[in-house]
Design a protein around this ligand. Structure first.
Ligand code: B3K
Ligand code: ZN
Length: 898
């Protein structure tokens, strides 16, 4: 297979109006009869019909009921002698496939005796021959036939129109989807499942049935997902006027799934991890993920399903927009302004640690990529999370009402169509003709076409005589593969100013600077939105008695790196006083990152080092002890920057040094703030009956952090009391969040009680797969002590509960080690890399999509110092040398070596 290019897009030569699918479900050999009404696309010159198919056995092809000649060319079925003219014809294709052998989990597969499908992006071609592209939309009728005893529940998209008995203990169900859709949104499920049901009435007065299907023992874990679904439905009606367009909306959970969930029309299929929760088995983080993933898939019903992508290069059209929507939803669900800010900080943290790294590595690609070998490799943090930031910037540039008007226009124009990101941006701009977005639309679209993270550097000047403060912003963007030079972006920069006592200052823009003069008498605002469009731009602010402390890029108003040489004093002022919680958190991150990087670059011994200075420690202590700040916010401020984040700030990375310095900082925080951690634990440990709301989750998070710090300190001081209390907590906690915090505290501290605690935990939850995933992940992600993690991971691979074929399990052990534990993975003896290459190859034979994700663990190898650099390149080369790699893994390793 070769590279697919965006510029090669051509509309389909044929259109498919209706599809009538009939399945005889059998794990070993499922028979699929596919009857389509097809016609030539009048806008495209006549040519043969080329249908995609993969791993199918073709039995018969009929055109208008009669046999026809056909060719098989690679993975395509080619029909040359088709009826001329614009009239539709009937095309009937009969194939079989083997769901039980489908370990890729794309197409039709079997998980624990139940049939599931996954068609996005190109899985439908593994079910039947089809025009497997999102701009071909058809109306579907689906008949499922299966053994009644083994597969009592038969589901597909839309409405159930008929069901009944068949001979030989079989039965059938027929589903009709009232909405046209691309084939990637097709789904079926057949198996032994039970459902939680909920009837709701929409704002429009329509009745809907909501169902969540799970295995019989899991019904008690579906309440939170149902609540989240109802909340998402209500939110979309209020915020965007978008209502559920189906009589029945179903969610089905499976424990074998390549990603989080899938938005199939009316029949969402979910990884169990993002559905199942009760207080005994799920943590606060799980609850929050479920809320956002359930909402995300539901929101796709409009952004993705009603209006879909013209081609897969437009993926961010639905994913960036839908992530933006789920993030807004989760913020609204959080409630208080500071709880909203906590969500924002968490989202930005993901963007900056994962997406910024992607953007500066070999897989860097624009939010709208230009080419791919395997589309599944482009379901990335760039397309999703950076894509969401682009939508957020549009919102910032047109305002909340303007954005809602833009969304309305988008659906008026494009409902039922397959469109591009340009169409979306044009709708937002056209609804707001006087906005900065409309004025700068072509330039704004560079965010979609240029890869890389822009840097904005700020310089300031104060003129006491004129009482004028000047801010000069300049932007640049580093080269990325295939894009050596970048044109300037449109960058919204939110700004506030503070005096040295932390009091906000009014922002008076001077009239001669080209900006609109202030109307006299009107109070100057305390925050302004500057829009940087040139490579370099200067802004003046008047009426200031002293140089102010700028709070720049408030709320992280653009996905950029801000280079500004804050003094420590200025950062301490912002940390203590900034009214923007994001920048308050950011001030602490900057202080701590600065200390860490200074130390890493020095040649001082890291063991027992005082990496943090007294002023920073004192500032962190005041945050921890602050009477008014939320516990969740405190926990974020006190969380040290990730090793991967620190590594990204360095030109050459010694991963062991980064790890050692971060560990030293943690010990320092644990020891120097010991009394404060005791206080924090006592103040936040009890929260009554478990409720997953943001406030009590924040309290649990801070208590959990305190426990970890107290166990880390105990390791240094020889204290036995806190580890003992923590062990007790593992045994008698009343919810999974508290229990897991305690277990993780012992494991993180490397305490001797970790071992019995892990055993106790395992014995308690051995029949809960999602909890056992946590058990594997915790051990594989533990801080390395003398190289002990890799042998443990190898040993855990032999555990009876380990199964490489189950993606959740593979991720919990292998990915937690290779992708999320740099200190243990980057071993000087290269044994971690050897392990990685073995697993990539082993997984590739089972499930290329999952293998390709793992393959990305070493893509930043060029930044590594020796001996890691050479060892990593060798390991990648070893993988690349395998002749029959999947496209998925091939693309990742080829780019990495380029
Ligand atoms: N649209 C799916 C992702 C499909 C991934 C295919 N490799 C889930 C989501 O983003 O909602
Ligand atoms: Zn999505």
């Amino acid at each position: 297979t070769s590279v697919i290019r965006r510029e090669d897009y051509a509309p389909p030569a044929y259109l498919i109006d209706t599809v009538d699918l009939c399945f005889d479900l059998d794990p070993a050999k499922t028979r699929v009869l596919n009857r389509m009404r097809v016609r030539r696309n009048p806008d495209v010159p006549a040519q043969p019909l080329r249908l995609d198919g993969e791993e199918l056995n073709l039995a018969r092809v009929l055109v208008n009921g009669a046999g026809t000649s056909f060719k098989l060319e690679g993975n395509q079925l080619v029909l040359e002698s088709l009826p001329e003219g614009p009239e539709p014809f009937e095309l009937e294709i009969f194939t079989t496939c083997a769901p039980a052998k489908n370990t890729q989990l794309s197409g039709l597969y079997v998980s624990e005796g139940t049939f599931f499908t996954q068609c996005e992006a190109e899985g439908f071609r593994r079910i039947t021959y089809f025009l497997d592209r999102p701009d071909v939309m058809a109306s579907y009728t689906v008949t499922l036939r299966a053994d009644r005893a083994q597969y009592p529940v038969l589901l597909s998209n839309g409405n159930l129109v008929e069901q009944g008995e068949l001979e030989g203990g079989r039965h059938f169900a027929r589903w009709v989807d009232p909405h046209r859709k691309p084939c990637y949104l097709f789904a079926l499920v057949a198996g032994k499942l039970v459902a939680r049901e909920q009837r709701i009435v929409s704002r429009l007065g329509k009745e809907h049935l909501l169902q969540i299907y799970v295995r019989a023992g899991d019904l008690d874990k579906t309440e939170h997902a149902m609540n989240s679904l109802m909340a998402a439905i209500a939110w979309d009606e209020v915020r965007f006027g978008l209502s559920l367009d189906l009589e029945r909306f179903m969610i089905v959970a499976t424990s074998d799934f390549n990603m989080g969930a899938m938005e199939n029309k009316g029949l969402n299929i979910f990884n169990t991890k993002y559905v199942l929760a009760n207080p005994a088995t799920a943590t606060d983080t799980d609850y929050a993920h479920i809320e956002s993933v359930v909402a995300h898939e539901y929101f796709h019903n409009w952004t993705g399903n009603r209006v879909t992508c013209r081609d897969w290069f437009q993926l961010s059209l639905k994913e960036g927009l839908t992530v933006y929507r789920d993030q807004e939803f989760s913020q609204d669900m959080a409630g208080s302004p500071s709880a909203r800010a906590v969500r924002r900080i968490e989202d930005v943290r993901v963007l900056r640690t994962l997406q910024f790294a992607e953007d500066s590595g070999p897989m860097a690609h624009p939010v709208r990529p230009d080419q791919y070998l395997e589309i599944n490799n482009f379901y990335t943090v760039t397309v999703y999370e950076k894509g969401a930031e682009l939508v957020r910037m549009m919102h910032t540039l047109v305002g909340t009402e303007g954005f809602a008007a833009g969304m309305k226009l988008y659906f008026e124009r494009h409902d039922g169509q397959a469109v591009t990101v340009d169409d979306f941006a044009a709708a937002i701009a056209d609804a707001n003709p006087d906005s900065e977005l409309a004025r700068r639309l072509p330039q704004f679209m560079r965010w979609y076409s240029q890869a890389g993270t822009p840097h904005v550097s700020a310089e300031t000047h104060f003129d006491p005589a004129a009482r004028r403060w000047t801010l000069k912003l300049s932007q640049s963007c580093p080269p990325t593969p295939g894009q050596p030079h970048k044109e300037p972006f449109v960058i919204p920069v939110r700004l506030a100013l503070f005096d040295r006592d932390g009091q906000p200052l009014p922002l008076r823009v001077s009239a001669d600077a080209g900006a609109a003069a202030e109307t006299t008498g009107e109070a100057a605002p305390l925050e302004r939105l500057l829009v940087l469009t040139e490579r370099e731009q200067t802004f003046h602010f008047d009426g200031l008695d002293a140089p102010p402390v700028p709070s720049l890029l408030r709320g992280f108003s653009a996905p950029i790196v801000l280079d500004f040489d804050y003094t420590d004093e200025e950062l301490l002022i912002l940390l203590a006083h900034d009214s923007d919680p994001f920048n308050r958190w950011e001030a602490a991150q900057r202080l701590v990152t600065r200390r860490a990087l200074d130390f890493i670059r020095s040649d001082a011994e890291a063991k027992d080092a005082k990496v943090l200075d007294p002023a920073t420690l004192e500032a962190l202590r005041s945050v921890l002890r602050h009477p008014a700040l939320d516990a969740a916010f405190k926990e974020l401020v006190l969380t040290l920057p990730a090793e991967t984040w620190l590594a990204e700030q360095l030109d050459v990375v010694d991963p062991q040094r980064v790890h050692a310095v971060r560990e030293a900082m943690r010990e320092q925080l644990a020891l120097d703030l010991h009394h404060d951690w005791v206080w924090a634990w006592e103040q936040h440990r009890d929260n009554g009956a478990y409720r997953p709301d943001a406030r009590s989750a924040g309290r649990r998070a801070l208590a959990g952090m305190a426990l970890t710090m107290l166990c880390v300190a105990a390791r240094e001081t020889g204290d036995v009391v806190w580890p003992g209390k923590t062990y007790q907590r593992v045994k008698d906690a009343t919810n999974m969040t508290d229990r897991f915090h305690a277990l993780s505290a012992l494991v993180t501290a490397g305490h001797a009680l970790a071992e019995p605690a892990l055993q106790h935990f395992y014995a308690m939850f051995r029949h809960e797969p999602l909890v056992i995933d946590k058990w594997f992940a915790l051990q594989a992600g533990a801080p390395d002590r003398g190289g002990d993690v890799l042998p443990l991971v190898r040993q855990l691979m032999q555990h009876p509960d380990f199964n490489l074929r189950n993606p959740n399990r593979a991720r919990s052990l292998i990915f937690s080690y290779c992708n999320a534990n740099p200190g243990a993975f980057h071993r000087a003896d290269a044994a971690g890399y050897v392990f990685w290459s073995e697993r990539v190859l082993e997984l590739d034979a089972i499930n290329p999509q999952v293998a390709a994700r793992l393959a990305r663990a070493l893509e930043r190898w060029k930044k590594l110092a020796e001996p890691w650099r050479s060892a990593a390149r060798e390991a990648i080369a070893r993988v690349a040398a395998k002749p029959d790699l999947s496209n998925d893994v091939r693309e990742v390793v080829t780019r990495a070596l380029a």
